[in-house]
Unconditional design. Structure first.
Length: 506
């Protein structure tokens, strides 16, 4: 046996389970519900899914796939395009599977990422025939040490009938020890989750499994697909500055200290860029308690701003992968990866008092947020953990540029075309135009602030025109809307490829 494999296969009785990816893929049957490790392109199984893609060239079969979150191209592009996926949950981000979903070829169950574990426990997701789980190592006492994400793997491992392990020897062995696997008991008999501080470890370094469930071990050397975020620009820097000034005013008001509260920052380029803006600030000793650690977090650790970061996955660019994984020892005592039902747990988020920063696709003049559906119909990525955090955070912040598609689209609309976060879960909105602190405000107070501070100048007159007429026709009602016009900006976009319209001055 390859000594690199021997080192990582502590439970020697499993040595005879080592097979090829093709042999492992042959175990999966048409109609199976399959759990997979992986969260935002990190820690996902790669070689068994590619063997399934090969198998699909000569055989028709379909499976349902549940994961932590989005996976790399092996599943969310190649397997999706091979027509193998019947149903997929709970989060995607690859354009390959997005196109399959939006053309009706794949059912997609978009769900809060903290909810899946309970659905598995209740048998609503399942029965899970196989879990395909990427591992750094299997310890002598049979713990499976995940790689760069934990996601839903612990609950999948508990409930799956069978497990295929992808032992990935390209991940550094120094990942052993950065996981903190805590699995809550059944609802109704559960103790409080004993996490009183994001830095505190409460679990094991790996996932406990019944070794009899392990039907195959496949050796892999495939690295994680790097993240695809685009670098910060002038507008995201402006948004970061606005947010930093807002935090300063919160400190002045005695609601925060220089250390702030644990920060959660969402997926995507905008949230990453905004977090990056902390690098040149006076804030320090920051704690990150998020679900994904993107590039910005490691830049902030390097800059001495972040002292500890907890999440369920590490999703970084190619450049950062080399730096972080080539030098993990430097970061190891500042990092922990937890199951997503813990990183995103309402109980933990409220107890720790998180500040959550997520990106909106669009939002409306009352503060309702659409994170997922373009024009209310086409799926972008999914709600991910944004709802877990926004609802339960001490401060729920949404950021977005005020416009999209070169200015044809206003990201602020009269009424969102799909609601992921209601006005009740949205405390602060930031665009490159300005910031709106909505806390304690009634709908009409919110609308005035959002329109004045956050809407792009190209759409401001149009928005005031809508709002003023809505106030008039509703007789100054609680939440003024002209129902037949509320979605007209989206209708205009569909017809004329722009939300801009001529305003009658009559
Ligand atoms: N209407 C239509 N398209 C819009 C839009 C709008 N109002 N606003 C943005 N877009 C498009 C952009 O043009 C871009 O399209 P492209 O990929 O064709 O260039 C795409 O949406 C992504 O927007 P971008 O500005 O690059 O932002 P991002 O990378 O920061 O992603 C979200 C933004 C909302 C898609 C992303 O944050 C997301 O999926 N959020 C939901 C999940 C989540 O918040 N999880 C957080 C917990 S970790």
């Amino acid at each position: 046996m390859d000594p690199r494999v021997e080192n990582r296969l502590g439970l020697k009785e499993l040595a005879d389970k080592v097979v090829s990816a093709e042999q492992a893929a042959a175990l999966i049957n048409d109609g199976d519900v399959v759990g997979m490790s992986g969260f935002t392109r990190a820690g996902d199984a790669k070689v068994v899914p590619m063997a399934l893609v090969e198998r699909a060239k000569n055989e028709n079969f379909k499976i349902d796939i549940y994961t932590g979150a989005s996976l790399g191209p092996e599943v969310d592009k190649y397997l999706a395009e091979a027509g193998v996926i019947r149903k997929r949950g709970p989060f995607i981000a690859d354009s390959g599977i997005r196109n399959q979903i939006n053309s009706g070829n794949v059912y997609y169950v978009d769900a809060h990422l903290s909810h899946n574990a309970e659905l598995v426990r209740q048998g609503i997701i399942g029965p899970i025939k196989y879990l395909i789980l990427e591992a750094t190592a299997i310890t002598e006492d049979g713990l499976i040490v995940p790689t760069t994400s934990v996601g839903n793997s612990p609950v999948f491992a508990e409930y799956a009938e069978n497990i295929i392990v992808e032992l990935n020897i390209s991940h550094p062995e120094s990942l052993i020890g950065i996981h903190d696997i805590y699995v809550p008991g059944p609802q109704g008999q559960r103790e409080p989750i004993p996490m009183t501080d994001a830095v505190k470890r409460i679990g094991e370094i790996g996932i406990k499994v019944d070794p009899a469930k392990i039907k195959a071990i496949v050796i892999s050397e495939e690295p994680d697909a790097p993240s695809l975020i685009v670098p910060p620009d002038e507008e995201t820097q402006t948004m970061a500055n606005l947010l930093l000034d807002f935090f300063r005013s919160e400190i002045e008001a005695g609601r925060l200290t220089n250390k702030l509260m644990p920060l959660q920052s969402g997926v995507g380029s905008v949230a990453n860029a905004v977090l990056d803006g902390f690098a040149d600030s006076e804030f320090e000793d920051l704690i990150v308690a998020s679900e994904v650690l993107q590039d910005a977090v490691f830049n902030l650790i390097d800059a001495g701003k972040v002292s500890f970061a907890a999440a369920t996955s590490i999703t970084i660019s190619e450049q950062l992968q080399k730096k972080v994984y080539g030098n993990l020892e430097k970061y190891a005592d500042k990092l922990v990866l937890r199951p997503q039902e813990i990183s995103n747990h309402p109980e933990v988020i409220r107890r720790l008092g998180l500040i959550s920063i997520n990106t909106a696709l669009e939002l409306d003049i009352y503060g309702n947020v659409n994170s997922t559906h373009v024009s209310g119909t086409k799926m972008m990525n999914g709600i991910g953990g944004s709802g877990d955090f926004a609802r339960n955070a001490r401060l729920g912040i949404f950021v977005t540029k005020s416009y999209a598609k070169g200015g044809a689209i206003s990201s602020i609309v009269p009424m969102v075309s799909h609601v992921d976060h209601t006005e009740h879960d949205v405390d602060v909105i930031v665009t490159e135009q300005g910031i709106a602190d909505l806390r304690g405000l009634a709908p009409k107070e919110r609308a005035v602030l959002i329109i004045e501070n956050c809407v792009h100048p190209d759409f401001k007159e149009q928005m005031w025109d809508y709002y003023n007429r809505a106030v008039e026709v509703t007789g100054n009602a609680q939440t003024p809307h002209i129902l037949e016009e509320a979605l007209s900006w989206h209708v205009n976009l569909a017809k004329n490829k722009t939300m801009k319209k001529e305003i009658s001055k009559a």
